[in-house]
Design a protein around this ligand. Structure first.
Ligand SMILES: Nc1ncnc2c1ncn2[C@@H]1O[C@H](COP(=O)(O)OP(=O)(O)OP(=O)(O)O)[C@@H](O)[C@H]1O
Ligand SMILES: [Mg+2]
Length: 478
């Protein structure tokens, strides 16, 4: 009956009237903004899937999804359903709106049949607050969820510095190492200390900003082979949800290549250099220290080795804490070594490697963890006599967690036998160590293993190897 123009005018005025008296205002966040995907739509979508908001969902029907390789299930609102969310005491209503697209307008790429979007309803008085903080909060939470749900990667630098098809020098593989702090066998106090340190690092961005420090942290893991240094790195990555960049130093030809590699790493990652003493001549900094201009070349203004086809200690040090090291943020550097006494003191000085962690032979705590991991023995399952026996021999046996694991894996189907054989193996080692000790005492060479060792101890600014370890242990404790 009414002509369309009149209908349009009436609706427009009615809407205005409604808006005038309504205490709410509405924001539409559509999936496609013109021809581009609206990033905010994706963020809201993810945000509403987070478990914190799931409890307030008012609808009875939800869409559940789980992507390939992901370990978490996410839910989304079904069509035209709504949910309440509260942020800093302000409650808002989200509605998922789905409408059929009327006509296929011309576009460079085909548009979806449906038009999807979220409508946010807020009280007019909260409008400013919502626009300032709530949307930022949504974006941050969504990024966090994205990171957690995403598959993590283990990157390694390509052979000879070659680039992949996208011009990246890192080759990724999905990272699926099962090691966690729970399965890691080590002194419990030390383990807790490391976990707290990591947590503190992640949560204290503002502290780093306030104190003018780059947001990064360095760990040096040292100890004999098979004591869990690599397992610890995997546990750190799993604990924080970080990617790992495993830097193969022998494949890096120059300091500038090292810097390029660093620049292509992402934030929230662990950059690892394993067996650092084997990868580079770590004493070369001292030899060059007197040369004029050495520090300048270290920062990339030239070629500090003349030929330019090797990396130097100064290049490595600048990699970890020079100006270039803060081209990303929230990064952890981990170096591992079997021979801490071989490392240059420049690498050990405080502030460079913030925490020195000694991964040593099995302690009583570690044995109990390994018995739980491999045989399922909980506290109290083993008799007191057996536990006392372990406690008596474990320190003197000097057995690595890797050796204990091997012994337990071999006999894991017969638990009692596994425990028996482990005890026999430990006692055998105690005996062997005691015999070796006696022998060394008879030869009179007990204190100094060989001339080179002695010389190295004299060169070192800390004194002998034991003193280094002592000072490092004190460092890492406090
Ligand atoms: N502390 C530990 N807790 C649990 N398992 C361990 C531990 N140490 C070693 N293992 C076991 O031994 C294997 C080898 O350990 P890992 O590779 O972590 O040793 P590593 O210290 O890195 O040795 P290397 O110095 O030779 O690189 C691991 O796969 C793990 O099963
Ligand atoms: Mg290792």
């Amino acid at each position: 009956v009414f002509p369309p123009e009149l209908r349009f005018a009436v609706t427009k005025h009615l809407n205005r009237l409604f808006q005038l008296f309504s205490s709410f205002c509405y924001f539409d966040i559509t999936e496609i903004d013109g021809v581009n995907t609206n990033e905010l739509y994706n963020s809201v979508h993810l945000y509403l899937t987070s478990s914190s908001s799931s409890s307030s969902v008012t609808s009875n029907r939800l869409n559940l999804t789980r992507s390939t390789n992901s370990s978490s299930t996410t839910f989304t609102l079904s069509n035209n359903d709504s949910t309440l969310d509260t942020f800093n005491t302000v409650t808002v209503l989200w509605e998922h709106v789905l409408t059929q697209r009327q006509t296929q307008t011309f576009a460079w790429r085909p548009m979806p049949e449906e038009k999807r979007g979220f409508t946010l309803r807020v009280k007019k008085k909260d409008k400013g607050f919502i626009l300032n903080s709530y949307l930022d909060h949504i974006t941050e939470t969504a990024n966090e969820i994205r990171r957690k749900n995403q598959d993590r990667f283990l990157y390694t630098n390509s052979k000879g510095g070659a680039m992949d098809s996208r011009g990246l020098p890192w080759e990724p593989v999905p990272f699926k190492h099962p090691s966690t702090f729970q399965t890691l066998a080590m002194d419990l106090v030390k383990k807790r200390e490391i976990m707290e340190d990591l947590k503190d690092f992640v949560e204290c961005e503002s502290f780093y900003k306030k104190t003018g420090r780059a947001w990064k942290r360095g760990y040096l893991l040292y100890g004999p082979p098979g004591t869990g240094k690599s397992s610890m790195i995997a546990a750190m990555a799993n604990y924080l949800g970080y990617d790992i960049y495993d830097l193969e130093l022998t494949e890096v030809r120059s300091n500038s290549e090292l810097r390029k590699l660093l620049m292509k790493t992402s934030s929230k990652s662990i950059i690892v250099i394993e067996d650092i003493d084997c990868s580079i001549n770590l004493k070369n900094r001292n030899n060059k220290e007197n040369k004029p201009g050495m520090m300048l070349t270290g920062f990339g203004l030239g070629n500090d080795e003349g030929s330019g086809d090797t990396i130097t200690l100064s290049g490595l040090l600048n990699f970890t804490d020079g100006l270039w090291s803060c081209c990303g943020s929230e990064r952890i550097f981990v170096f591992t070594t079997n021979h801490i006494e071989k490392l240059d003191h420049a690498l050990l000085r405080s502030g460079r490697m913030d925490m020195h962690v000694c991964m040593s032979y099995c302690t009583f705590d570690s044995v109990k963890i390994l018995l739980r991991n491999y045989l399922g023995y909980e506290e109290g399952d083993l008799s007191d006599d057996v536990l006392k026996e372990f406690e008596r021999v474990v320190d003197k046996a000097e057995i690595t967690p890797a050796d204990v694991s091997e012994c337990l894996i071999k006999n894991r189907r017969d638990k009692e036998r596994a425990v028996r054989e482990l005890l026999v193996e430990m006692k055998r080692r105690v005996e062997k160590n005691e015999n070796n000790g006696k022998l060394r005492g008879q030869n009179g060479s007990f204190n100094v293993a060989d001339e080179e060792e002695e010389k190295r101890a004299l060169d070192s600014p800390y004194g002998d190897k034991e003193e280094i370890e002592d000072s490092i242990c004190k460092n890492s404790e406090g």
